[in-house]
Write a protein that binds this ligand. Structure first.
Ligand code: GNR
Ligand code: NI
Length: 177
């Protein structure tokens, strides 16, 4: 197992539209294990392949308290949406920022599981929000896209500055001692 590197906004690679997966094999299952490890260690309740620079339609989620309900979605498609709900969202690719986002309250999603078997799930609450958030990633979309340009640019500038400081620190670790 391996922890994968998570891309941060405004990295252009987060804007890539992921492609459908044609074959669900052992190699893919090993990668799925790495995605779960990366998500649990972050920690996060979901992770889309786009965030770890793998541009295929794959995402993992676990919204349970005990972190014992792993869900894997391959080629997910939302077939039904109902109601509207506002929830405060965060994102591992936008670290440290939390903002209200409006999404469908209840959804039905179809996907393949990690064995390539089709399934359908109808759900609400945090799981419904998380599924919509992850599918957005697969389409190159981030929760900051729902905010005003002013808010989004503020977040972008802060993250760019943080990234710069991190790079400088990595180049010369003694400078901050
Ligand atoms: O860990 C996460 N928490 C979260 C909270 C509210 C709405 C969505 C999320 S998803 C996020 C992990 C992540 O960035 N997934 O792409
Ligand atoms: Ni996210």
């Amino acid at each position: 197992m391996a922890k994968l590197e998570i891309l941060h906004f405004p990295d252009k690679r987060l804007r890539t539209k992921a492609r459908e997966i044609n074959t669900v094999d052992e190699a893919l299952r090993l990668f799925i294990d790495d995605m779960f490890e990366t998500m649990y260690e972050a920690p996060g309740i979901g992770l889309a392949a786009t965030q770890v620079n793998f541009h295929k339609r794959l995402m993992v989620i676990d919204v349970s308290e005990e972190k014992d309900e792993p869900l894997c979605f391959i080629n997910p498609v939302i077939t039904h949406k109902e109601g509207v709900e506002v929830m405060q969202e965060g994102c591992l690719s936008v670290p440290g920022f939390y903002e209200d986002v409006e999404r469908a309250e209840n959804i039905t999603v179809t996907a393949l599981d990690k064995h390539g078997e089709p399934f359908e799930l109808t759900t609400g609450d945090l799981l419904a929000v998380c599924i919509q958030h992850e599918i957005d990633h697969l389409d190159g979309k981030l929760f900051v896209d729902y905010l005003s340009p002013l808010k989004r640019n503020r977040i972008r500038k802060k993250l760019e500055r943080m990234e710069k400081e991190l790079a400088a620190q990595n180049a010369n670790p003694a400078s901050t001692l």
